[in-house]
Design a protein around this ligand. Structure first.
Ligand SMILES: C[S@@+](CC[C@H](N)C(=O)[O-])C[C@H]1O[C@@H](n2cnc3c(N)ncnc32)[C@H](O)[C@@H]1O
Length: 561
């Protein structure tokens, strides 16, 4: 049978109701049958996983944290938001555009919608738009019309995008819009900027849907199958604490859980036959194993395909199973605890759903370590996505997002033994990834002075490109400060000043940043600005040696004028 937790031995059945628990997180104590075991509270007893209170905690977590979840590095994001992966998405979408233009069933003046689900802090949005617009605007397809809709259910995230100075030009040009979209419920999209509502019946347009690290954070169900019998895995959530704080940094902090299997009779477990077809497919195909159904993902796709009249493709990157082999000998899902909870996504189930509707799916060829990239295609039979498929195949036959991550992990530690040209080439290979640049920063800085014929011009190009594809959120690392310092060191004061201004915008005031601004202004002969900044620096730290010295130099310069 499935994955029973031994905790079940200690409890009597029944007792509390979910509604009562969720409201105030009140907890009923359950008497133990083993005297030496500590008291354990059942917070929730035997719920289908997708209906568990854990998802309510998850929602609270994202609502409370907003962008802070990424700024403070609580939620992982690098692998799904770096410029390398954004570039691969851009190439697939460009392949889609080539298919689109050759379709006989579309009016080419109609807008193509690109919708990103659960976008988080908006880093992927920005980087994708940078790469995609660069490609499409330099192609013969430049007249195609697009609208990119960045979505999430967290209001704090939406406010963040709307106020971010790097996204503003895209919002103002109309290529970018945003909407609240709760994947669990919403049936239409009300775009915040244009006021347009995308709803079934009022639209004849195509949708390209993106879902990165999305389905793994959404409610899923788990099942156990053996000898043609199907069981639902019901979750019970327990705690040794009296109370659970929904504001806790990790949702599962202090909580434990276990599963109980309950047999499913009949063929109508879900409300929709298409979902049941996916579930029942596994009943006779798998044995003595557990598998999950990403039910919220399926419901969301089902609602969106109604708005877009089945004209929809989905690109998704997540921890995911791509075939039945990956579902052999599995237990019920382990819920990993990195701030939010997440579980592996059954991409194979999403494939089955698309196939049953007449569509298809393509997955990575190679085994992945961290994330899988999958492409799902739906649409009528008048076209068969040749170009989209070709673009996708080129990526997965080469270095996909997972391979990129693994390769980079191997190369970065070798930095010191690489030639400067090789370091700069590798940064270019990463599509000017800021993290890689920062990892090589000290090596490059040191070599500027020590290496004969250091390729300074190439370094400047790399710096500008790194910044072009970087979406600042004020996270640890202060990239603009590092770039400013490097440029200042090589005497590019006006460029350095620009980066110190960015550092000020995204990291706020400090004695150090005012000193840097003052220093560059001084070197550029902007004495009044230099004086203003140096005073501000000393207001924050009256003994900062560099600022005190600079103040004397500025005063001398004023006297000699
Ligand atoms: C792990 S983050 C992924 C963010 C981003 N896609 C990335 O790759 O970094 C999960 C995101 O899902 C959002 N989310 C969770 N449940 C959601 C729901 N029901 N509807 C919409 N967004 C949801 C959260 O607010 C969060 O932004």
């Amino acid at each position: 049978m499935g994955n029973f937790n031994k905790l079940i031995l200690f409890y009597t059945q029944g007792g509390i109701t979910l509604a009562k628990e969720l409201k105030g997180y009140t907890i009923s104590k359950v008497s133990k049958s083993v005297a030496s075991e500590p008291t354990v509270n059942i917070l929730e007893d035997k719920k289908p996983l997708s209906q568990s209170m854990l998802w309510k905690l998850q929602k609270n977590f994202f609502d409370n944290q907003g962008p802070e979840a990424w700024i403070k590095g609580i939620v992982p994001q690098y692998i799904t938001t770096n410029p390398y992966i954004a570039n691969q998405y851009a190439k697939i979408v460009f392949g889609y555009c080539r298919d689109y233009i050759s379709r006989g069933d579309t009016d080419k003046s109609t807008t193509i919608y690109i919708m990103e689900l659960a976008s988080g802090v908006g880093r992927f949005t920005y980087t994708f738009l940078k790469r995609f617009l660069h490609i499409i605007k330099n192609s013969s397809l430049k007249d195609l019309k697009f609208k990119y809709i960045v979505t999430d259910f967290s209001e704090k995230n939406i406010e963040y995008w709307q106020n971010h100075s790097f996204l503003k030009p895209y919002f103002e040009s109309g290529i970018l819009d945003c909407a609240t979209f709760d994947i669990a419920n919403d049936e239409k999209l009300k775009l915040r900027n244009s006021g347009e509502t995308l709803d079934k019946g009022n639209l004849k347009a195509s949708l390209i849907l993106f879902a990165n690290y999305t389905f793994d954070s959404l409610p899923q169900d788990t099942f156990y199958v053996n000898k043609g019998e199907l069981y639902e895995g019901l979750i019970s959530v327990t705690s040794k604490e009296e109370e659970v704080s929904s504001a806790d940094k990790s949702i599962l902090a202090g909580l434990d859980y276990y599963y109980t299997d309950s047999i499913i009779e009949g063929a109508d477990y879900y409300e929709d036959k298409d979902f049941n077809d996916v579930l029942l497919y596994y009943k006779d195909r798998l044995a003595d194993t557990s598998f999950s159904v990403p039910i919220m993902a399926l419901r969301c796709i089902s609602r969106l395909k109604k708005i877009f009249n089945d004209d929809i493709i989905l690109i998704s990157v997540d921890k995911g199973y791509k075939n039945e082999k990956a579902m052999l000998n599995n237990n019920h899902p382990f819920l990993s605890k990195h701030g939010c909870i997440s579980m592996t996504v059954n991409f194979h189930a999403i494939e089955q759903y698309f196939k049953n509707l007449g569509g298809k799916a393509i997955h990575s060829i190679y085994e992945h370590e961290n994330v899988n990239m999958a492409l799902f295609l739906l649409g009528d039979n008048t076209h068969n996505f040749v170009e989209t498929t070709m673009a996708y195949n080129e990526i997965i036959e080469g270095i996909g997002p997972d391979d990129f991550y693994i390769l980079k992990r191997g190369i970065v530690p070798l930095g010191k033994s690489l030639e400067t040209k090789q370091l700069l080439d590798f940064i270019r290979f990463t599509v000017w990834d800021s993290r890689t640049f920062q990892e090589f920063y000290d090596i490059l800085l040191e070599r500027i002075d020590t290496e004969e014929n250091f390729p300074l011009e190439e370094l400047i190009i790399v710096i500008n490109k790194v910044w072009e594809y970087y979406f600042p959120i004020g996270e640890e690392g202060n990239l603009p400060y590092y770039i400013g310092s490097m440029l200042s060191y090589i005497g590019f004061n006006s460029d350095a000043l620009r980066f110190f201004e960015y550092s000020y915008e995204f990291y706020g005031a400090s004695a150090e940043i005012y000193y840097r601004l003052a220093f560059c202004s001084y070197n550029l002969g902007q004495m009044e600005k230099a004086q203003e900044y140096v005073e501000k620096s000393l207001e924050l730290d009256s003994i900062l040696e560099d600022s005190r010295k600079l103040k004397i130099l500025i005063e001398d310069r004023f006297h000699s004028m």
